[in-house]
Design a protein around this ligand. Structure first.
Ligand code: NAG
Ligand code: NAG
Ligand code: NAG
Length: 498
């Protein structure tokens, strides 16, 4: 066992050493750190060593370092390598990241919680275990040992990343440090969404200040740890069942991913060869030569409640979408309702307002507002993958919008608020600890909203003059300018951007 681990590490070091030959690009920040280190250690030429190291998280309870891959032809598939160290009884708080991670438990024992679709799977990992965290999936990591540190080495695959840094974290929990992505929403809207008072919300969103890795020790929260140990024993059976269900199609995701990275090749080849027709098009296997069309309005809503409905169309509904790698959706909100804060783990979204007016709020990875703007018929908006956002219909009438997602696979948006939210899924001591509040408090917050996906909002107070002016200014950030805004922001993206 030990030998194998050593061997794996040797292979890792060797492979990444190989990748590092002449010529690589590095940004100034990293270069400076490396040069300083070289200066300290005496300069020497270690071409086969990756030395672009940066500490991306450092708290009382642990740290994370990332060794950056070389960029350029030589590393045709760049992978960054992360090193996570966690003190006994500590928690890497719930988050999702813009890269797929493969965790390798180097030393110690860990519990990892990972959401897959609408359930949480918790796994105990021991030294030598390997576990994959897909990009955009919410997860947390706990060092379960009482008196040993946990050492994890992980690969960070940037092929799906936003390109804002080596790794971009989006924290679900948090307070003042790190900020939860929830904090970026207008608190009026958010308190409406959670169906709790603004005071209660503020209380929960401002406690945590210990960083992304926190202690969950006995002294810190006496009941927390014991409760968690008891609770999880019971829950494990339930999750085990879910895992078994999930594992019955173990290769599906990988196959799908393979296809996704390669769709452009196929599209390109097909169009180059004039082979534009897909031979196994399920819907066109009749006599007709051309593929069927598909009517969005004829589809039964995938989700419907008193406040509106939504439809998503993917390749399973209409096979030609598979070729283009595009999905569609249609949402109809009743007056004053909102599509709860959510994010797309797999796709960028382009939306077009078909009818009515309302508001859209988009949050940056660091939990600050990226945009809070009015939208009206004809407006086109763009939501980068992983960014959280919500749409709210005005009180004058329904808001109908439609759009495209850059994935033909089932998109499965992750909701942050509502009865089916990712917070509900990971509800428990870890979530409470990540906000630095008691479990009771979190339970109260999460139980207040009975609706899911589409939520009612409360009657908004008439905004004061000052607020009106403020809103006007915010609306100047035009949709077309959003990518630019994000790019400019990228450099100063303090927390979460490594
Ligand atoms: C959306 O809902 C409104 C009522 O809230 C309805 O009048 C309208 O026809 C709906 N739109 C579509 C496309 O069904
Ligand atoms: C909001 O909470 C109140 C009780 O405080 C409850 O009566 C109501 O049904 C809740 N609304 C929703 C939409 O969950
Ligand atoms: C990344 C990848 O798998 N690329 C493959 C996509 O498909 C073409 C043609 O079928 C292959 O040549 C590529 O290697």
């Amino acid at each position: 066992m030990g030998n194998r681990a050593t061997l794996l590490i040797l292979v890792l070091v060797f492979c990444h050493g190989l990748a590092m030959t002449l010529g690589f690009v590095e940004d100034q920040d990293w270069k400076k750190e490396r040069e300083e280190k070289e200066h300290r250690e005496g300069k020497s030429e270690h071409w086969f060593l990756l030395r672009n190291t940066k500490r991306v998280v450092q708290t009382d309870a642990g740290d994370m370092r990332v060794v950056k891959s070389v960029v350029g032809r030589i590393a045709d598939r760049p992978l960054h390598i992360g090193f996570i160290t966690m003190e006994p009884k500590s928690l890497f708080i719930p988050q999702f990241v813009d890269s797929s991670l493969i965790l390798f438990i180097h030393r110690g024992e860990a519990k990892v919680g990972l959401t897959c679709e609408d359930s949480l799977s918790e796994k105990r990992l021991k030294s030598g275990d390997v576990y994959r965290i897909p990009a955009g999936s919410t997860f947390y990591l706990v060092n379960t040992w009482k008196n040993h540190k946990l050492h994890v080495i992980c690969s960070i695959d940037p092929s799906e990343s936003l390109g804002m840094g080596v790794l971009q974290s989006f924290f679900i929990g948090g307070g003042t440090y790190p900020r939860s992505i929830l904090s970026g929403f207008d608190h009026e809207v958010l308190s409406s969404a959670f169906n709790v008072s603004k005071a209660e919300l503020r209380n929960i969103l401002t406690r945590q200040q210990e960083g992304p890795i926190v202690h969950v020790s006995d002294s810190h929260a006496p009941s927390l740890w014991t409760k968690f140990l008891q609770l999880k024993e019971k829950d494990r059976l339930y999750h085990l069942k879910k895992m078994v269900d999930f594992q019955q199609q173990p290769n599906q995701e990988e196959e799908e991913e393979e296809e996704q990275t390669n769709w452009s090749w196929r599209t390109l080849l097909n169009s180059a060869l004039g082979n534009d027709k897909k031979p196994n098009n399920k819907r066109s296997k009749g006599t007709s030569e051309s593929p069927d069309s598909y009517n969005l309005y004829n589809k039964k809503p995938d989700y419907k409640n008193a406040y509106g409905w939504s439809i998503a169309v993917d390749e399973a509904d209409y096979s030609p979408l598979e070729r283009s790698g595009i999905g569609l959706y249609l949402v109809n909100l009743t007056a004053g309702s909102m599509l709860a804060p959510h994010m797309n783990p797999r796709a960028t979204e382009y939306g077009i307002v078909l009818r009515g007016s309302g508001r859209i709020q988009i949050v940056l990875p660091n939990g600050k507002s990226a945009m809070n703007s009015k939208i009206k018929e004809g407006d086109v908006f763009f939501i980068p993958r992983y960014f959280s956002f919500c749409q709210i219909a005005s009180r004058n009438g329904p808001l109908e919008f439609f759009g495209f997602t850059t994935s033909a696979r089932r998109n499965r948006p992750q909701f942050l608020v509502g009865a089916n939210s990712v917070l509900q899924i990971i509800k428990g001591p870890e979530l409470a600890a990540s906000f630095g509040v008691s479990e009771d408090r979190i339970s109260h917050l999460l139980n207040a909203q009975h609706e899911a996906v589409i939520l009612p909002t409360r009657e908004a107070k008439t905004p004061s003059e000052k607020k009106k002016k403020h809103q006007k200014e915010e609306e100047k950030v035009k949709f077309e300018r959003l990518p630019e805004v994000i790019k400019n922001f990228g450099n100063e993206m303090i927390m979460g951007s490594y």
